[in-house]
Design a protein around this ligand. Sequence first.
Ligand code: ADE
Length: 834
Amino acid sequence: MKEIKLSCVVGVCRYPLGMSGGQIQDEDISASSQWSESTAARYGRLDFEEGDGAWCPEITVEPDSLKEFLQIDLRSLHFITLVGTQGRHAGGIGNEFAQMYKIKYSRDSSRWISWRNRQGKQVIEGNRNAYDIVLKDLEPPIIARFVRFMPVSDHSMNVCMRVELYGCEWLDGLVSYNAPAGEQMSLEGQPVHLNDSVYDGAVIYSMTEGLGQLTDGMCGLDDFTHSHVYNVWPGYDYVGWTNESFPNGYVEIMFEFDRTRNFTTMKVHCNNMFMKHVKAFRQVVCYFRSEADWEATPLSFSPVVDDVNLSARFVTISMANHMASAIKCQFYFAEAWMMFSEITFQSDTAMYNTTLAPPKTGSSPPTRDDPTHKIDDSNTRILIVCLVAIILILVAIIVIILWRQVWQKMLEKASRRMLDDELTASLSLQSETFAYSHNNPTSSSAPSEQESSSTYERIFPLGPDYQEPSQLIRMLPEFSHTSKDAVTPLFAQDGVPHYAEADIVNLQGVTGGNTYAVPALTMDLLSGKDVAVEEFPRKLLTFKEKLGEGQFGEVHLCEAEGMKEFIDEDFSFNISDNQPVLVAVKMLRADANKNARNDFLKEIKIMSRLKDPNIIRLLAVCICSDPLCMITEYMENGDLNQFLSRHEPEGQMALISNVTTVGYSDLRYMATQIASGMRYLSSLNFVHRDLATRNCLVGKNYTIKIADFGMSRNLYSGDYYRIQGRAVLPIRWMSWESILLGKFTTASDVWAFGVTLWETLTFCKEQPYSQLTDEQVIENTGEFFRDQKRQIYLPQPVLCPDSLYKIMLCCWRRNTKERPSFQEIHRVLLESQA
Ligand code: ADE
């Protein structure tokens, strides 16, 4: 409530006026009496412990005797909004305080006015102990130069006081206004009292010699029947008059000032509830009196009469630098009623200062609306300076970012052009290099080292930014001298968006890493509908065992009852009626962050649309409540890596060791299914980015389905290379361009397929390039890029016929365009089965 009322006061006028800060001089503090020299008035400063610790009057305070007071002369008029009191503590010796007190004030030291609150009560509750400061808002505030604190007691007691006044200097200079008494309106049979209830002058038929609601710093509401003040009557905030009482058609208000001033504006806060016959005035005519005479020509101003906007408003009247010590204004009715809640004057204060008593020691207290005196204004200035500084910094940041982007684009363009040229040149040179030669895959006519290293420098010029995989470039000798910020231009060589360009959805599985990378185009196609599978009642799931665990949750083997009803017909033939089916339930941890949750939901969206016999099928979801779950088909033989590790190739050794065997044709059959699943994904422009045996699941009869378990399964942590706390990359499965350029495309999935095929044919008995460290693998990637016959290829597995190794080598061709498509791979594998 208070804030809104005070909002009408210019600035927040609640500054200590100088009792505790010392700006009020000792000689300006006086008292009716003092107990002793050491309890004189000057010791009545709040928070001071001088003398005997407070002002104490000579005699005890008796009930109903109002003889004693502590008086402060502020030397000029002040707007006082708050008072503070404290007793005498004196380091624990004193225990005198005023339980209650009254305030009297004066603007001229001759007429003293008893302060009353808005309900008419004079007594203010004081202190309960000798040490605590008790602050009391003055509602209404007072405009005064002299203030008296008068201790009150309901029994005879010794009283001591320390006090402070809070407010600001009153530079309106108005000492009184005289106006016709406010009237009473009858609204729907209810009285609305529009009198000036806090007027501190005489009120008989008219108000004389006082200040009141029009200067209390409180603006009325749009609806004059309401008030911010608690427990008051309708119309409280306004002083109002009806034109019936004013045959001349105007209300005259006379304003008296402390001295002659140079007036710039007058602001009148008016109600404009025209539906209730209240409007701001239609004209005001003001007369000015300087010295003894009234000026002959008045100032007239006619605001636009507003029949549209009901809100109460300040009407500002320019006073055209009239000099006056009194102003008389006639406000003409525009409607049956006219209501004002506040009138303020702005005048030349510089002149005011010269005529005032010389400034006291210390800084002068702030004023209610004088820009030269307000702490508020200096705060505002500081605020503005800060805001301007922040804006400048932001602009600078934006400019730097834009500049970097433009610079990067230029570099990208330039390097793309260069690389195109370079590739065209070197590819035409190397047509045999890339055209796979089985017996001698590295028999290329390699460009000279000189040539290729200069190529790198042009392909990877220095720049202010870099992409994650390109960090690896720095591990290559050619780039070891480049700055930490070496940039890798990212370019889409074959029109397929790569991860830096496309809106790739990085599906974070519960077990960690990304599932499928979906170019924006595909996402758009997919985003037509939401989740394309049913919500499954989680109560129909029975937990069997934990299949896996990752950063974002767990995968459980569960029995699902009545699953058939919830899944697509094209799949439900797999499932027998009424029999609970085994399903894998991937659950997001309840405490997963928003990103993980969003990724999980995205993964659901995408997976729900992937329908292929060789892609793990999303059967249903539980997303109506937490924890979010994906229900996928269960593959009883786990992942292909573990499956093959448990098996041996058919042959003598297996016969001896009595382990289960897998024949070559089964391996080829499984590889064909992987190729088929990938053919499906690539037809949708999906880039898997982590194809490997660990991400393929094995069901009955060597059926294979591609999945993705992310990168956080402990079992396979060795398959991922962590670039200094940043990306985690399956470098041994990654193409050179994925590692060095951050390009992930179907062609790089083809590369990974080659490695997966190699794993399959080695029964996953060793990691690809097991004899190389991660760093050596990256170096080898550089050799693939340089293509100087120094790159090391994975060797032909013992069991692997040439035809299959040929496929692998084709998958690892340097030129992405020369790698086979999944369709081709699938066809070749199928044919080799025949
Ligand atoms: N997630 C983890 N293990 C799985 C399995 N065997 N089948 C399906 N999803 C799985």
